[in-house]
Design a binder for this molecule. Structure first.
Ligand code: HEM
Length: 160
């Protein structure tokens, strides 16, 4: 919904009709994935954080071309799958270890620069405590600890 590349461009190679407009060859066209992602006819309540917009049970799933954070067509980003995989892993890794909370009184706004980025995003990171049952021994004992590097190494070794 908030594409870092909020404005993209294309150059018309031939005279082109776009709707009612003639785009002469050589013209630069600027278009905004951000505006597309915020069209209320495509995305009801577009400013609302709603990761379930694309859930299967939603009947009004927006069309595929309505979401273009990586551009579209022949010059589309070549790193899109890598970037989505990396972002998903990074988020899952961080969220498993840290509880992130917006500081009181803070309001986050999208800010335009070369890339769209959040302004006012000050957060408190609190380490999540981890509870697990020792495996194999059958004691049912649980261990609570802070998730630092040493503890994760211990868990890794115990799993071997
Ligand atoms: C969240 C991360 C990323 C975003 C939002 C992003 C977004 C974009 C966008 C919007 C374009 C222009 C597409 C167009 O004009 O239609 C682009 C182009 C490109 N991106 Fe990414 N990108 C990301 C990560 C990556 C990564 C990880 C790589 C490489 C591993 C990469 C490599 C490229 C390349 C080479 C192009 C130029 C493609 C061309 O002109 O043919 N990007 N990207």
């Amino acid at each position: 919904m908030y594409p870092p590349a909020w404005m993209l461009t294309r150059i018309a190679t031939t005279d082109t009709h776009l709707g009612r407009h003639l785009i002469p060859a050589g013209s630069t066209i600027a278009y905004s994935p951000y505006l597309l992602h915020h069209r209320p006819d495509l995305y009801p309540d577009p400013d609302r954080f709603d990761p379930d917009r694309w859930a299967d049970e939603h009947t009004a799933t927006p069309p595929r071309e309505a979401l273009i954070p990586f551009g579209s067509g022949a010059r589309k980003c070549v790193g899109d799958v890598f970037a989505i995989t990396e972002a998903t892993l990074a988020l899952a890794t961080l969220a498993a270890r840290w509880h992130l909370q917006l500081l009181p009184g803070r309001h986050v706004h999208p800010a335009r620069a070369v890339l769209l980025h959040p302004r006012g995003l000050r957060m408190r990171a609190t380490a999540r405590s981890v509870s697990h049952r020792s495996s194999g021994a059958g004691t049912g004992a649980s261990v609570d600890h802070e998730p630092n590097q040493r503890n994760y190494s211990d868990l890794w070794r115990r799993g071997q």
